[in-house]
Design a protein around this ligand. Structure first.
Ligand SMILES: C[S@@+](CC[C@H](N)C(=O)[O-])C[C@H]1O[C@@H](n2cnc3c(N)ncnc32)[C@H](O)[C@@H]1O
Length: 269
């Protein structure tokens, strides 16, 4: 199994104690849940993507696994009689397996895949539908707001000009046209911006944090691993608004090549 980003640091910061209750809000391939269970914690795990729930086999026992959006964490915990809790972990974004095997066009390295990008198949709208639905101006705003890509205007123009926008290679084609050269960084930013919009990821995070803190015991901890500066800003603003505290003032950063953009923060109630 692929080792999830900042796993050891996240588990240490969660301060797992025997018999205490933890929610893994982003189950993925189960790396975080397994570690909490090994330390004797009790775990309720959530993932929005039904395919990720299939990663749960005999490998992980003593785990309640629920398909759902962590924006509803409070409701899910209450329905499963799993509260008040001692800690929650949010490991945001996608897992390696989702990127490599879902076939949903999450990565610019998979040219033949459809522009789907749904984290949950409950969502009816795909990235292809979203591109069709938004005007050039709205698409520009999505790119500019979610990716801060300086060529957002030119890319939005080329996207809307092109008739066929079905696959990853179609999107790469128009980005190349707008830039006049190839740039993996721009591809990554634009793909991430679309995915964030389609799945309402910033709103989910705001609701998830609020729900998590509402069912957290005093002195309980919420660990968030984020990959986007705007996600980190949401976490910081939330702490300020709710007058909570961070365990450490500065975020813990990833150091392996694929985790350099990762930031870990721990909120204490
Ligand atoms: C980076 S992966 C988590 C990896 C996990 N920590 C592990 O050890 O394998 C993020 C996971 O969160 C899930 N996810 C993303 N947004 C979600 C949401 N709003 N509600 C529930 N799960 C979500 C994704 O489907 C994905 O499986």
């Amino acid at each position: 199994m692929h080792t999830p980003v900042l796993l050891q640091q996240a588990i240490e910061n969660l301060n797992v104690r025997l018999g205490s209750l933890y929610i893994d809000a982003t189950f993925g391939e189960g790396g975080y849940s397994s570690e909490i269970l090994k330390k004797g914690g009790r775990v309720l795990a959530i993932d929005w993507d039904i395919d990720q729930l299939k990663n749960y086999g005999l490998r992980i026992t003593d785990l309640k696994l629920i398909q759902g959006n962590f924006s509803e964490i409070e409701k899910i915990a209450k329905e499963n009689d799993f509260f008040p809790i001692d800690g929650v972990v949010f490991d945001l974004g996608l897992s390696m397996k989702q990127i490599e095997e879902s076939g949903r066009g999450f990565s610019y390295n998979r040219p033949d895949e459809p522009l789907d990008m749904r984290l949950s198949l409950d969502n009816k709208l795909t990235a292809k539908d979203l591109i069709k639905e938004l005007s050039e101006e709205e698409l520009y705003e999505v790119f500019a707001k979610n990716s801060e890509e300086i060529k957002s205007k030119e890319i939005a123009y080329e996207v809307k000009k092109r008739k066929k926008m079905e696959t990853v290679s179609d999107l790469i084609y128009v980005i190349d046209k707008a830039l006049g050269f190839k740039s993996n960084q721009t591809y990554a930013r634009i793909f991430q911006a679309l995915r964030i919009e389609l799945n309402d990821e910033f709103e989910n995070l705001k609701k998830g944090l609020k729900g998590a803190v509402d069912i957290l015991k005093k002195d309980g901890r919420v660990v968030v691993v984020s990959f986007h500066s705007l996600e980190d800003r949401i976490v910081k603003n939330f702490v300020k608004e709710k007058k909570l505290k961070f365990l450490f003032k500065k975020p813990i950063r990833g150091f392996r090549s694929f985790e350099r953009s990762a930031k870990l923060r721990t909120i204490i109630k």
